[in-house]
Design a protein around this ligand. Sequence first.
Ligand code: NAP
Length: 329
Amino acid sequence: MRYRKVKKIEEKLSALGYGCWGISGPSFWDGTTDDDSIKTIRKAVSEGINFFDVAPVYGFGHAEEVLGKAVKGMRNDIFIATKCGLVWDQQNRISNCLEPESIRREIEASLRRLQTDRVDLYQLHWPDPRVDIEKTMDAVNDLKKAGMIRYIGLSNFSLALAERAMKVSDIVSMQGLYNMLERNPKSYHNIPLEYAVEKEVLPFVKRNEMAFFPYSPLFQGLLTGTFDLERKNFSSSDVRSANPKLSGPDFEKYYSVAKELKAISEEIGKPLSQIAINWLLHHEEVTSIIAGAQNIAQLEQNLGAVEWEIDDGLYGRIETLIKNSGIDL
Ligand SMILES: NC(=O)c1ccc[n+]([C@@H]2O[C@H](COP(=O)([O-])OP(=O)(O)OC[C@H]3O[C@@H](n4cnc5c(N)ncnc54)[C@H](OP(=O)(O)O)[C@@H]3O)[C@@H](O)[C@H]2O)c1
């Protein structure tokens, strides 16, 4: 494993991390079983992966429970990053909430589900425009003082809001949508994004010596070369059916670039997923790539990425292909 270090975080974090949305359970992600998820997580730890990104809302608590179960007895070997700020009601309707009382309830539930006494990185999942960020940060600072969380991070935050949060709390990381084909995306699952990763967030994290965690690094599976045009039909319960870039008119455009990238991957004898991971690692601001993996075979393929690097020639070829494809970068 390769590791990356940022000034604001004590531990070195594995360049390949593990994203836990896909372990939310079979009613959220097609083809998932808890048994496979647990085996995959344990294999990940044994291969040196120490960074795990999860959230309460993934499977409405289920992903945190599965992660807690899988890493029992290995707690000190791993760095757990969970989140707060997306809550759900009895009908499982999700809403944004960064009210202090809600955050206090959320952390207690997360610690219980994760079977731990502390979260290493607590990230605000999405902004909540109804609550002053200063009030939220005061509450999160209290959790840190109480030893329930070690570090504070932001996810899906604009730089303007991040700068306000930084006046109240020590922010160590940013998380945002970033992969070869989505570099400064304007939306995610139809939610408008108020940040541009490549243009603004990467320079920002570098300037502030923070970590950056790119989410959906494999474009939810498109950049693994396993999709075909029919694959746009996920089951209606699979969360990816709500990604218009994988199911709407945009899909054919993204699919056609992925197909050309796959041809390059076959020519050089490396899986497309490894190219997608290595393309991200080519950017020094990227700390840990939180790729999802549904089973050990996928994980092993992704792990292979850290055994080689993209050279300038290959990088240039990929850039030319993508920039000439007409997709909005
Ligand atoms: N902060 C946020 O708002 C936010 C938003 C989204 C995600 N995230 C985080 O980012 C993590 C990763 O993002 P993501 O889950 O959206 O997608 P991703 O990592 O881009 O894609 C993961 C999916 O790709 C497929 N895959 C992975 N490796 C493969 C391989 N070697 N061969 C074939 N297929 C492979 C698997 O799905 P299939 O086999 O089912 O195709 C897997 O679940 C999440 O788990 C979560 O922790 C955060």
